[in-house]
Design a protein around this ligand. Structure first.
Ligand SMILES: [Zn+2]
Ligand SMILES: [Zn+2]
Length: 342
């Protein structure tokens, strides 16, 4: 976005605010905004507090993104602040999204403020989306994570040197660990959700608060050794892919692999330029990147996020799957899409 705005308006008019800036850099940007040297401020959530003198418009792109709400103290929602500023200053607030939140859509419709983009960028077409019922796969004896069709299409892509993205919105190896004898499941004491097994460190982790503990081979309740691992996360998916398609070069992207500085960009650049066949990732792969050689996106367990304990889980699932499908909207060639349900 910064590159586009600089190309159009020139570098000296643009200020940039985000958490990767050093305090010094942030101070310089802050001063440039305050002195009215920078006319356009581009930034993440906290940019809503930029000291713009004669604010004339606020544009919030991808308004459905949950990261506009800050869970850190002081808690705030950048969208609510933007709405307040726009009302107070009597200027427009533009909320953009291909998958707006239902409450946003309701509010905008009520205020007659709805503007619809009827054509996609470059007039590109929607990719073909196909839903495959994994119950039917099971009925014909396919016990793998992939439908036969997805398997064939991955093979075909490997043969034709085309790239594939596999999307699974659960990190870690197994999603829960249970004692087969007494039913004990390891949960987080604070959050009351099941702990996820991470194979590399042999630890159980809470994906909500970050709590972690050592894995166990003996049930803490009944001392049984009959411990089983259920559910599949991205680590396990990667292991399965490497076993199923040994010739494929793969790379994984989730919070566990991008914790080091810059490695988010590193992974994406590797995928783009170093002949990686398959990118395996969580919702992180959904955010605005363009891969011209990707012709297939497989969504594993596409319906699993519908069972989250969140009143918005259906809405979120729709948004996520639509955004995954959009990964090829910007191309002229039609991408193949493929949703698998488990
Ligand atoms: Zn037990
Ligand atoms: Zn927790």
């Amino acid at each position: 976005m910064v590159d586009r705005f600089i190309a159009r308006f020139g570098e000296e008019k643009i200020a940039l605010l985000h958490s990767k800036l050093s305090i010094g850099e942030r101070y310089d940007e802050w001063k440039r905004i305050e002195k009215k040297e920078a006319k356009i401020v581009i930034g993440a959530r906290s940019a809503i507090f930029a000291p713009v003198q004669d604010l004339g418009i606020i544009i919030i792109d991808e308004e459905h993104d949950t990261s506009y709400k800050s869970d850190m103290t002081p808690k705030y929602n950048a969208k609510e602040i933007a709405l307040y500023l726009a009302k107070k200053g009597n200027f427009p607030l533009v909320l953009g999204s291909a998958t707006p939140n239902v409450d946003t859509y309701y509010r905008i419709e009520k205020s007659n403020g709805l503007i619809t983009l009827k054509n996609r960028a470059n007039n590109s077409k929607l990719p073909n989306v196909e839903v495959i019922d994994m119950k039917e796969e099971l009925a014909v004896g396919n016990r793998t994570m992939f439908s036969r069709k997805l398997y064939d299409m991955i093979q075909e892509n490997l043969k034709n040197k085309k790239q594939t993205i596999l999307f699974l919105n659960r990190r870690g190896y197994s999603t829960f660990v249970m004692c087969r004898d007494c039913g004990y499941t390891a949960t987080c004491k604070k959050c009351n959700i099941t702990l996820t097994y991470h194979m590399k460190e042999n630890k159980l982790k809470c994906h909500y608060c970050g709590y972690e503990r050592a894995n166990f081979t003996e049930c803490p309740e009944c001392k049984s050794k009959n411990i089983r691992y259920f559910g599949t996360g991205t680590q396990k998916l990667e292991a399965i892919i490497n076993k199923t398609f040994p010739e494929a070069k793969t790379i994984r992207m989730d919070i566990d692999t991008v914790s080091k500085k810059n490695s988010y960009e590193d992974i994406l650049n590797k995928f783009k330029y170093e002949n990686i066949d398959i990118l395996i990732g969580t919702q992180m792969v959904v955010k605005g990147h363009h891969f011209p050689n990707v012709t297939l996106v497989g969504v594993i367990a596409a319906d699993s996020s519908m069972y989250m304990s969140d009143f918005r889980s259906n809405e979120r699932t729709f948004q996520l799957l639509t955004q995954v499908a959009r990964k090829s909207w910007k191309r002229k060639r039609r991408g193949k899409r493929h949703n698998t349900n488990i």
